[in-house]
Design a protein around this ligand. Structure first.
Ligand code: C2O
Ligand code: CU
Length: 443
C-alpha cells in the first residue's frame, strides 16, 4: 500500500472512533478538525444550542494515542474569529503550545494550522482554544487527549467524563454576555446547566463486577466540582495526567477548572440492576450530574491488578525553603474590562517574562491577596504542591493546575525541562482574560 493511502486509511479509522470512547491506540496521523459553528442538544428535552465545536461535537473528539505516539492534528478555522488550540498539561514543544502572541500567531478565519508532537507522558489531557478562552471554551471549543500507557492495564472500561457547565439564557442559548463585570470581579462565569460529555442526562452503563478507569476532566470556565460517587468504591489514581504515588480517597477532591482526576472504580458484584447518581457537592448543595447504571446481569470477573502508581519525588527539602519566584495574586487597576487581575501588580500582556533556569527545581509561591479563587495553571511542566499557608502540605501527586483558595498561599516546586516561553495563568478564564497571566521563559 502506498504510504499516503496508508496514512489516510489510518486517519479514517481513527476518525471513525472520534467522539466515541473505543480504544483507538495508534498515531493520530492526519486528523483534520474543523473548528466551526454547530448546533447540538445538551439533553433530551432541551432545545438545540448554537455552539462552536471541533468536528461538530462538544466536547470535541476523544483522541487516544499510545505513549510516544505522534499527534498530528490540522485545525481548519471556519469560525468567524481567530483561534488556537492549547494541549492542556501536555509537555509539547513550545511552538505547539497554542498561546496566541506567545507561541504562535492566532489562526485566522479561513486558514489552518497543524499541531504536531510526540505524546511525551501517558495520562489524561485535554485541549481547548487559548484565544479569547472565556468565550471560545464556553462556546464549546474543547476536546480530550488520552495518552495510553505503554502496557495498558486490563480495565473493563476506560472512559472519560468531560465535566462542564454552561450559562444558558432564557432563549435556551449560550448567554452571549462574556466577561461581564460581575464574572470578572467575582469567581468567573459559573453556569446554570452542568453537563457530562455535553449532556445533562449522561449515563455510564456498566456490569456488576466491572473495574473501570474513569477520567474526570473539568472543562468549565470557572466552576469547581467535587464529585461524590456515593456507595461506589472509588480510589483516585492520577491527578492532572500522572499517577499518584499511592491511590487515595477522592472524596472532597476539588476538581478546579483544568484539573483531571482518574478514578479506579469497581462495581460491586451484588449491584445487579442498581443505579446511582453521581453528585457534585462543591457548592454544599448536592447536584446530580450523571448516572451510573449497572446492568441486571450476572457479574463479570473483576480484573485483578495492583492499581498503578507514580514515582515518588523527593520535595521535602523545599517545604521551608524560600521561594525562587513569588506571585502576588490580586485584583485592581483598570483593564479593558473595567477591572483587572494581576500577578505582582501587572496585567498581561503588560507583564515582563520571568526567566527560570532549565532542569533546575524552582519553588514558586502563589500568594492570593484576594477573596476570589484562582486555579493557577502552568504550561509545559508538572509541579508538586509542598506547602499551604506556610505549613507543610506535600501532595503525593503532580499537578499542572492548583486551586488557590481565597487568601491562601500555595507553594509548588517544578522543574522546567523544556525551553521556550510558557504561559502561567489563572484557569478561571475570565480572570485570565482580565490579565491574570504571565510568561515563564526557559532558556
Ligand atoms: Cu488549559 Cu493555558 O490553559
Ligand atoms: Cu483567578
Amino acid at each position: 500500500m502506498r504510504r499516503s493511502r496508508l496514512i489516510s486509511l489510518v486517519a479514517t479509522t481513527i476518525a471513525l472512533f472520534v467522539g466515541c470512547q473505543a480504544s483507538t491506540a495508534g498515531d493520530t496521523a492526519g486528523i483534520v478538525l474543523t473548528a466551526s459553528p454547530t448546533r447540538i442538544a445538551l439533553g433530551r428535552d432541551l432545545p438545540a444550542v448554537d455552539v462552536w465545536s471541533y468536528g461538530g461535537r462538544v466536547p470535541g473528539p476523544f483522541l487516544r494515542v499510545p505513549h510516544g505516539g505522534r499527534v498530528r492534528v490540522r485545525i481548519d478555522n471556519r469560525l468567524p474569529v481567530a483561534t488556537t488550540v492549547h494541549w492542556h498539561g501536555v509537555r509539547v514543544p513550545n511552538a505547539m503550545d497554542g498561546v496566541p502572541g506567545v507561541t504562535q500567531p492566532a489562526i485566522e478565519p479561513g486558514t489552518s494550522f497543524t499541531y504536531e508532537f510526540v505524546a511525551p507522558d501517558p495520562g489524561t489531557y485535554w485541549f481547548h482554544s487559548h484565544a479569547s478562552g472565556s468565550e471560545q471554551v464556553e462556546r464549546g471549543l474543547q476536546g480530550v487527549l488520552i495518552v495510553e500507557d505503554q502496557d495498558p492495564l486490563p480495565w473493563s472500561q476506560d472512559v472519560a467524563w468531560v465535566v462542564d457547565d454552561w450559562r444558558i439564557d432564557r432563549r435556551g442559548q449560550i448567554d452571549a454576555r462574556f466577561d461581564t463585570g460581575h464574572d470578572v470581579m467575582m469567581d468567573g462565569r459559573w453556569g446554570n446547566v452542568s453537563t457530562v460529555n455535553g449532556r445533562t442526562d449522561h449515563v455510564l452503563e456498566a456490569r456488576p463486577g466491572e473495574r473501570l478507569r474513569l477520567r474526570l476532566i473539568n472543562s468549565a470556565n470557572a466552576r469547581v466540582f467535587a464529585l461524590d460517587f456515593g456507595a461506589l468504591p472509588a480510589r483516585a489514581i492520577a491527578v492532572d495526567g500522572t499517577y499518584a504515588e499511592k491511590p487515595f480517597d477522592p472524596r472532597g477532591f476539588e476538581l478546579a477548572p483544568g484539573n483531571r482526576l482518574d478514578l479506579d472504580l469497581t462495581i460491586p458484584a451484588d449491584w445487579r440492576g442498581r443505579s446511582i447518581d453521581v453528585v457534585d457537592t462543591f457548592t454544599g448543595r448536592a447536584a446530580p450530574i450523571a448516572r451510573i447504571v449497572v446492568a441486571d446481569t450476572a457479574p463479570v470477573a473483576t480484573p485483578s491488578f495492583a492499581a498503578p502508581t507514580g514515582t515518588p519525588v523527593a520535595v521535602d527539602a523545599f517545604v521551608n525553603a524560600p521561594p525562587d519566584l513569588a506571585y502576588r495574586l490580586a485584583g485592581g487597576g483598570m483593564g479593558h474590562m473595567g477591572g483587572a487581575w494581576t500577578l505582582n501588580g501587572r496585567a498581561f500582556p503588560d507583564a515582563p517574562d520571568t526567566e527560570l533556569p532549565r532542569d533546575r527545581p524552582a519553588k514558586i509561591r502563589f500568594a492570593n491577596r484576594s477573596r476570589r479563587i484562582h486555579p493557577m495553571h502552568v504550561h509545559g511542566a508538572f509541579f508538586r504542591v509542598v506547602a499551604r499557608d506556610g505549613e507543610p502540605a506535600v501532595e503525593p501527586f503532580m499537578r499542572d493546575t492548583v486551586f488557590v483558595h481565597a487568601r491562601e498561599t500555595v507553594d509548588v516546586v517544578l522543574v522546567p525541562s523544556l525551553g521556550g516561553r510558557w504561559a502561567l495563568h489563572c484557569h478561571v478564564l475570565e480572570h485570565a482574560e482580565a490579565g491574570m497571566m504571565t510568561v515563564i521563559a526557559v532558556p
